[in-house]
Design a protein around this ligand. Structure first.
Ligand SMILES: *Cc1c(COP(=O)(O)O)cnc(C)c1O
Length: 413
């Protein structure tokens, strides 16, 4: 794939990429934030627009020769508007974290208060973790999930909000398997005149297919990545109402970025065109069905799923009763050809780098064409791997079965 010139210029790198392609084809990717972009999307990422400087926005650039860059960006914006129905969209953020930064910088001052979900209970670094710029610039009041249900407790959230009067409330998560009630979030934000930011990085594709409610009618700002369930190139995007359009555009450029990655914006446009199809929507609905089947299979095998199950594309598996840490389970599954990540569970006693759980998601497997039957196999395979953690021969047997499955569902035909 796209390798004939790399092979001539840089055989060493061509060999690395060949190994990575082989890894992606022969191992089962259950990382909830990953997906496989189409060849069309990747062609766009490698296109001539990588050569173009286009600081500014369509029709008002700081460089000459931007007429086709303008066309590419307008296509991306128009298609994104069709997908999400937002009034204003900025497709320039290089990443999801950058999109969040652009929102904070557009309406907040350093020291302002943000009410956001704890990283260890499912939130994202860029929602105010002390290790992130967001935690260093703002006064962060974290909210958590309820201990018994392991779901967001909206009454508790309302209490916290009234007590701390934040300038902004952030919802949306990286490791939360339940439907988010954006309407309720907006009602709570309105009580104290706080802005509402909905970060749908993980569930954007589901929203396009109505497999999760959309925050667009409620939130002041909606941010997303384009490479997770949305299945596009790595990148970010901000949506908002017209009243914030100028502030958001200024905040992205020149606020935090210089020239936009025009090749990536072209690839975003291609991915959005794909996302407008019925096939894409069917896949998103299948992604949710697959997650449900996977969680049921794991429960039948004696595993505890955080909050008891999933409404979306992912779940957290609590490994406490299996006497194995998330870190070790990640390594064991890797030996069995299954790629997933350790993750803290709510109120985890372990540190993030050890963790008591693993996170699994079905977007990438669903893009390969896998359905419920394969998810039952996958759930049983995870279970066998963890129950045979010390037995390398057993893990090797599972790896061959997983490889077989992957070869029946090639990514790039
Ligand atoms: C993945 C993710 C992001 C950040 O995306 P990057 O492109 O890696 O910066 C932001 N918010 C949430 C909720 C995410 O899951």
């Amino acid at each position: 794939m796209f390798m004939s010139d790399i092979l001539k210029v840089d055989p060493e790198m061509a060999a690395v990429l060949e190994r990575e392609l082989n890894r992606q084809e022969t191992r089962l990717d259950l990382i909830a934030s990953e997906n496989y972009a189409s060849k069309a999307v990747m062609e766009a990422m490698g296109c001539v627009l990588t050569n173009k400087y286009a600081e500014g926005y369509p029709k008002s650039r700081y460089y000459g020769g931007c007429e086709y860059a303008d066309e590419a960006e307008v296509l991306a914006i128009e298609r994104a508007k069709k997908l999400f129905g937002a009034e204003h969209i900025n497709v320039q953020p290089h990443s999801g974290s950058g999109a969040n930064m652009a929102v904070y910088f557009s309406v907040l001052k350093p020291g302002d208060t943000i009410l956001s979900m704890n990283l260890s209970e499912g939130g994202h670094l860029s929602h105010g973790n002390p290790a992130s710029f967001s935690g260093q610039l703002y006064n962060i009041i974290p909210y958590s999930v309820q201990r018994e249900t392991e779901m967001i407790d909206y009454d508790e959230l309302e209490k916290l909000s009234k007590e701390h009067k934040p300038q902004m409330i952030v919802c949306g998560a990286s490791a939360y398997s339940r439907t988010i009630d954006f309407k309720r979030f907006k009602e709570i934000a309105d009580m104290t005149d706080a802005y509402l930011l909905a970060d749908v990085a993980h569930i954007a594709g589901l929203i396009v297919a109505d497999a999760h409610p959309s925050p667009v009618p409620y939130a002041d700002f909606v941010t997303t990545t384009t490479h997770k369930t949305l299945r596009g190139p790595r990148g970010g995007m901000v949506m908002c109402r017209e009243e914030f359009a100028k502030a958001i555009n200024k905040s992205v450029f020149p606020g935090i970025q210089g020239g936009p990655l025009m090749n990536t914006i072209a690839a975003k446009a291609v991915a959005f065109k794909e996302a407008l199809t019925d096939d894409f929507k069917k896949d998103q609905i299948q992604t949710v069905k697959n997650a449900k089947t996977l969680s049921e299979t794991l429960i039948q095998n004696g595993f505890r799923i955080v909050s008891g199950g999933t409404d979306n594309h992912l779940m957290l598996i609590d490994l406490t009763s299996f006497n194995i840490t998330g870190k070790d389970a990640e390594a064991v599954c890797a030996k069995a050809g299954i790629v997933l990540n350790m993750n803290t569970i709510p109120f985890d006693k372990q540190k993030a780098f050890i963790a008591s759980g693993i996170r699994v998601g079905t977007p990438a497997a669903t893009t390969r064409g896998m359905k419920e039957e394969e998810m039952k196999f996958v759930g049983n395979a995870i279970s066998r791997a963890i129950k045979n953690a010390g037995d390398d021969a057993a893990l090797e047997k599972i790896r061959l079965e997983v490889k077989d499955l992957c070869e029946r569902f090639p990514v790039y035909k």
